[in-house]
Design a protein around this ligand. Structure first.
Ligand SMILES: NC(=O)c1ccc[n+]([C@@H]2O[C@H](COP(=O)([O-])OP(=O)(O)OC[C@H]3O[C@@H](n4cnc5c(N)ncnc54)[C@H](OP(=O)(O)O)[C@@H]3O)[C@@H](O)[C@H]2O)c1
Length: 228
């Protein structure tokens, strides 16, 4: 068993989620930030890859006081459980995800993660969990999702990045995809796109999507798809 999983991202008209410098870039606007904050408020957990932690240092907290109060009124923590996929425990112990906001943080690692890094993350307040076989080089995402389901997580929001999105899609672990498409071109063959990784080699193998909705927002638009 696994939670319902959806990816939410913002990309440029040419499909880039960041610049070729891999620095965070403002692609959407205030209405979209509110939409994303609502999605966070409604999620049980938010997941990112360690690449996103190292590039953007996000806190992944619910920003609006109204939404935090709404969660507290329902007997939940003010922030969803925040989750990092990080085989070698490269998340810095001083990262904002560990420093900012109340609530649980889980860092999934794989067997080869150095004990001193794992200890430093535990000291910084994270629950460090080995997901998968002891010798596996990378986090076993299906095992991580099973663990989250066992914890009671039913609705998981994935906020990137490009490599984690690919792995989840490749493993058929994604139910819906929401993308804000901004009216700008970022370009760059090295800039991350919505989904990087190895990619599918032909149309037959490609992931097929069913369009749910398209909504104009902040000069761009939000597209929602269901994965078939
Ligand atoms: N616009 C947006 O909505 C948005 C949102 C988020 C991020 N971004 C951008 O995306 C970029 C970061 O993306 P990224 O692709 O570099 O990193 P990422 O997807 O955030 O993280 C990828 C890393 O996760 C770790 N990992 C562990 N197990 C994995 C598995 N089974 N499958 C996949 N990854 C696994 C790997 O590092 P280890 O091998 O060390 O574990 C891998 O390098 C940044 O430029 C950021 O600004 C944009």
């Amino acid at each position: 068993m696994r939670p319902f999983v959806f990816i939410n991202a913002a990309m440029s008209a040419d499909g880039k989620i960041s610049t070729h410098l891999r620095e965070q870039v403002r692609i959407s606007g205030d209405r979209d930030f509110r939409r994303v904050d609502r999605l966070r408020c409604e999620a049980d957990a938010i997941m990112v890859g360690v690449g996103t932690i190292l590039s953007d240092d996000p806190s992944l907290t619910v920003k609006s006081e109204e939404f935090r109060k709404k969660r507290l009124d329902c007997g939940r923590d003010e922030n969803p459980v925040r989750v990092v996929i990080d085989s070698l425990a490269r998340t810095p112990p001083g990262a904002d995800i560990l420093k900012k906001g109340a609530g649980r943080r889980i860092i999934f690692v794989s067997g080869p993660a150095a004990a001193e890094r794992v200890d430093a993350l535990s000291t910084a307040g994270a629950e460090v969990v080995v997901a998968g076989e002891q010798g596996a080089p990378r986090v076993d995402l299906a095992a991580a999702l099973r663990h989250l389901h066992d914890m009671g997580i039913r609705r998981l929001m994935v906020e990137g990045g490009a490599t984690l999105n690919w792995s989840l899609i490749d493993l058929k672990l994604v139910d819906e995809i929401y993308v804000y498409i901004g009216s700008l071109i970022l370009g760059g063959s090295m800039a991350p796109t919505l989904v990087d990784g190895a990619g599918f080699s032909n149309r037959d193998g490609a992931l097929s999507l069913d369009l749910i909705s398209v909504e104009q927002m902040d000069g761009g638009f939000v597209v929602k798809w269901r994965v078939l």
